[in-house]
Design a protein around this ligand. Structure first.
Ligand code: MIC
Ligand code: SF4
Length: 750
């Protein structure tokens, strides 16, 4: 089985106790697990002072990098320009996002193999060339495969996907990043991070009945909201954690991305050990046993070690449903029906979907299948179409062997490929007319408009897999699985197994290790390709202030990366920067008109789709800014949301606040990410206003930037914007991008 080299883990564990002891002494208090892991991955630990939360930038040395096919293309195109022979840390690429769900696993996989042949071949070759492990399409969703094979307690990894924190379920600090950040580590550099704030979630009681790990994170999201985790690591502790399996913990950590957390983590325990043993990593479990106390928070850790504490009594937690449109719009199942009625949301469920990287473990399917089995024993079938995505080939083969897939199929479920599918807009459905308002329920993590089937009229709700199956049987949101019966049958609380009694099946092997020497492998990017294009460096800063820039777009409300650079059909162009620009801002709500995806073209003065208006500015040599609302760039790690505006001439994004990965992606690509010091200035900015960003020669860490709004009638308004750039980040910006800087440093060193 592929995995993290034992020698690497051994080296880390050897130095862990000493580093932890030193840090404990330095801080003079017990240490959280987050601190232990981060401190033991510091590039150059300072023996005399500890980093300050929310302030100090630190450089870290992650143990590994993972990338999925939709983000790996851009990351690896960037890596290729750095001129290295081999990646500097263990790295894998996983083909999961590009498989469209339509007819079922086998047929869909075959279609994907043909439709994406060029991309898969590129990723296969580039992986072989540079020493990267390659996971074929159909082998599973990146985060499930990482949890099964690579994650280990006390480790640290980065991944070019926002749900990389899934590995926190096994006690790993796993952070989602943009491709350019991954490139830093791939070329042997460090991963820069502002020392995070710490939010502690103290769990008491025990999970039981219908309540699932999913409900823990839905509750946390309700409490902290989609912005609450920004700049923070969420550490779970307390006696309740013992009632949650390793994959359940992974579900909770996975969805920390929905509240903007840098990552989430649980301490090492018997569940983590059992999971490692069940997934063929007994040696690692033995090793972890030797440093077990350093793979958890110190016993004496209490609320004073955190910036904020959330308390959850698992014994009193009810199953929840969240949505539509945002993962923090939450209510208990008991309130779902009445709330749907009140808001005029269709109660009928047009589809129910179980799976995604968040909820596709053996335990998830086992509990979902238990509900299905109860129904089929009474002769019932699901009233809504039900789709199931196993998280990995290993899970699929095992749930098939154990009859769990059969249980779900007996109530009418369709099994999809082991891939993202409908979770990323890769769902070709024909049962709903365009624009028809309809409700769906999934066990996924995201529910932004257009996210699943590409339609903004589809209202997506989210719940645990077992709850989703219960609702699929009822076919309506006006149902409470805790008390209502369906078809005359009262469903008992689901029972399931955390791990398969008969061990995991390996399924069809989908892993291709890199050759010992890949230097002979040729990587071809055809010059006429519509899906892949080599990158041209962005121009360096020209030394002058940005004067009187057009406002191409002012976004109102949620402006996630899905709004900025939609997925679904556009995933086809993830390796071709110019072509993917065709989707730029198509989901953004224009703050001036309320329209979606269209606005005034600064060149022609006419209303045009944003991608066209942006291109017209670019062709006319006019630079422009984006004005964003709160939490600009929430959601995914896709750096296309930063590269596309940059490619078409954006030089700054001014927002009320930013999501972490989006802000870093902008910095990496040479775009100024500026936050209004006074959020009310947002309201002052008009459609035809011009914005200047001044004093750029004096740009410095912590120093606000002077900006000016001017109008044709002579009106002008000065305001300040803040930024979070360190001295190094300012260097990236001056160079035109972080990659430009890496390249120039490498050529200077030669
Ligand atoms: C997502 O869930 O939004 C994605 C698709 O996995 C993204 C990555 C991408 O856009 O390729 C993410 O979460 O980072
Ligand atoms: Fe794939 Fe969805 Fe998970 Fe993103 S959230 S990695 S699209 S399954």
């Amino acid at each position: 089985m592929p995995g993290t080299p034992e020698a690497l883990v051994r080296r880390l564990y050897e130095r862990l106790p000493e580093r932890v002891a030193r840090a404990r002494q330095l801080l003079g208090r017990p240490l959280t697990l987050t601190e232990k892991i981060l401190l033991s991955h510091l590039d150059a630990p300072d023996p005399d002072s500890a980093p300050e939360r929310g302030r100090t930038y630190v450089e870290l040395r992650p143990d590994r990098v993972a990338m999925q096919d939709a983000t790996a293309q851009m990351a690896l195109l960037q890596f290729m320009t750095a001129g290295l022979e081999r990646v500097a840390v263990p790295t894998t690429v996983h083909c999961d996002h590009l498989i469209q769900a339509q007819a079922g696993a086998a047929a869909d996989l075959q279609v994907a193999e043909e439709a994406n042949a060029e991309i898969y071949q590129f990723l296969r070759d580039v992986s072989a060339r540079y020493g990267i492990g390659f996971w074929e399409p159909g082998s599973g969703i990146i985060h499930q495969v990482v949890l099964e094979c690579y994650a280990f307690p006390g480790g640290m990894m980065i991944g070019t996907d926002s749900h990389t924190p899934n590995a926190g379920g096994l006690g790993m600090i796993a952070v989602g990043v943009g491709g350019a950040e991954a490139v830093d580590v791939l070329v042997g550099g460090t991963f820069g991070l502002r020392w995070p704030r710490l939010i502690g979630v103290r769990l008491t009681g025990a999970l039981s009945g219908w309540t699932a790990p999913k409900d823990v994170i839905l509750k946390v999201a309700q409490t902290l909201t989609v912005r609450g985790g920004t700049g923070a690591v969420i550490e779970y502790f307390g006696p309740g954690a013992a009632s949650i399996s390793a994959t359940g913990k992974a579900t909770i950590c996975n969805m920390g991305a929905e509240i903007g957390a840098t990552c989430s983590v649980f301490g090492y325990d018997a569940h983590a050990e059992a999971y490692m043993r069940a997934t063929g990593r007994a040696e690692l479990a033995d090793l972890a046993g030797t440093v077990a106390s350093d793979l958890c928070a110190d016993d004496a850790v209490d609320a004073s070690c955190f910036d904020r504490i959330v308390e959850i009594d698992l014994s009193r937690l009810e199953p929840h449903v969240v949505g539509p449109h945002t993962p923090d719009r939450s209510r208990r199942v008991s309130a779902m029906g009445s709330e749907a009625k009140l808001n005029g949301w269709p109660q009928h469920l047009s589809a129910c979907l179980v799976g995604s990287c968040t909820n596709s473990s053996y335990e998830d399917i086992s509990r979902a299948a238990n509900v299905a089995r109860q129904a089929s024993a009474a002769g019932l079938v699901a009233r809504s179409p039900l789709y199931v995505t196993p998280g990995s080939e290993q899970v699929r083969a095992t749930i098939e062997r154990d009859g769990l897939l059969g249980d779900l199929e007996r109530i009418g479920a369709t099994v999809l490929a082991n891939a993202c599918g409908p979770c990323i807009g890769q769902w070709k459905r024909s049962d709903i007319a365009a624009g028809e308002t309809n409700s769906i329920l999934t066990s996924y993590n995201r529910n932004f408009p257009r996210r699943n089937d590409g339609s903004a009229a589809t209202l997506a709700f989210i719940a645990s897999p077992e709850t989703v199956v219960a609702y699929a049987l009822a076919g309506t949101l006006a149902f409470n699985p805790l008390v209502d019966s369906v078809g005359g049958v009262h469903l008992e609380p689901p029972a399931g197994d955390a791990l398969p009694g008969g061990g995991f099946e390996s399924g069809i092997a989908g892993y291709v290790p890199p050759p010992a020497d890949g230097s002979g492998v040729e990587v071809v990017v055809r010059s006429d390709s519509q899906r892949l294009a080599l990158l041209q460096p962005f121009p360096a800063w020209d030394g002058s202030d940005f004067v009187e820039l057009a406002v191409l777009v002012k976004a109102r409300g949620k402006c996630t990366t899905d709004h900025i650079s939609a997925a679904g059909p556009w995933l086809a162009y993830r390796g071709h920067l110019d072509n993917i620009c065709g989707n730029l801002f198509l989901g953004v709500v224009n703050a001036f008109t309320g329209e979606t995806g269209r606005g005034r073209c600064p060149v022609h003065g006419a209303v045009e789709p944003y991608p066209e208006a942006a291109r017209h500015c670019c062709q006319a040599g006019r630079r422009w800014v984006v004005v964003g609302d709160e939490n600009y760039g929430e959601g995914s790690s896709r750096e296309h949301a930063a590269m596309e505006p940059r490619h078409l001439g954006a030089v700054a994004v001014l927002a009320r606040s930013f999501a972490r990965i989006a802000e870093t992606n902008l910095k990496k690509q040479g775009v100024l990410a500026l936050t209004f010091s006074d959020p009310d200035i947002w309201s002052e900015i008009g459609e035809e206003d011009l914005i200047s960003v001044l004093g750029l020669a004096e740009l410095a860490p912590e120093r606000p930037v002077l900006c000016r709004v001017t109008r044709s009638n002579g009106f002008s308004l000065d305001f300040c914007a803040t930024h979070t750039m360190s001295a190094e980040h300012i260097e990236w910006w001056r160079a035109g991008s972080a990659l430009n800087l890496i390249r120039s440093r490498r050529s200077a060193a030669r």
